[in-house]
Design a protein around this ligand. Sequence first.
Ligand SMILES: [Zn+2]
Ligand SMILES: [Zn+2]
Length: 164
Amino acid sequence: MVMDLKSVFEISGSCEKFSCELSPEELALPEDRELERAVEIEGRVTNTAGIVEIEYVADFCLKYHCDRCLKEGKKKFSFSFRHTLTMELNDENDDGYIVVGNGMLDVTELSAEDIILEIPVLLLCKSGCKGLCQKCGADLNEGDCGCAVREIDPRLQKLKDLLN
Ligand SMILES: [Zn+2]
Ligand SMILES: [Zn+2]
């Protein structure tokens, strides 16, 4: 969705509300993550004494596989974002702004980038998931599989020998 913000930029005190959806195709998720349905986005663009800001909330539900034990899971997310918009940069070093050259802002593109950066890299089925046994593949959350005989690091073994 592209918003025409020229009038918001022109009129101090103005506010424009918006809502839109991001389809799974519009969000470039990694292969093992999936949107349950479209992302719901709701927000507004305000001009406060000449400072134009966009604020919005993105709600969605992700289907994924636990990064340790591969169990399938679902998780709800609600992210809030806020950016200051400008039609032109006065100071080239200032990269905190989003430049909307002609007053047209592609909300789809902006929100897709924001969301991808905010989704945690590591998604677990629960905090402290023990994962799978590297030897037999058993789910260690369900108990010890019996392969507990750890191979001892050779350096540690040397230390042990010294101590004995
Ligand atoms: Zn897990
Ligand atoms: Zn095992």
